[in-house]
Write a protein that binds this ligand. Sequence first.
Ligand SMILES: [Zn+2]
Length: 77
Amino acid sequence: MLTYVYECARCGTFEQRQPISDPALGRCPTCGGEVRRLIAGGTGFLVKDRGSRGSHCDRATPCCGRETRCDRPPCGK
Ligand SMILES: [Zn+2]
């Protein structure tokens, strides 16, 4: 079982435990309105903030085979 988080326009967010094989809910069990799934809890999925730490060259750690910083994301990333 996994805990999914849904958002209902009327009821707000709520958690629903479902087997992993079940499809996402389309209707709110409380009011019958449309819901959308926000996140799946307990699966380790996290949206990481791209381009925060270590995403660009600096003088201490140049990339791209250069000896100086190039103000670009490291090659191939
Ligand atoms: Zn609802």
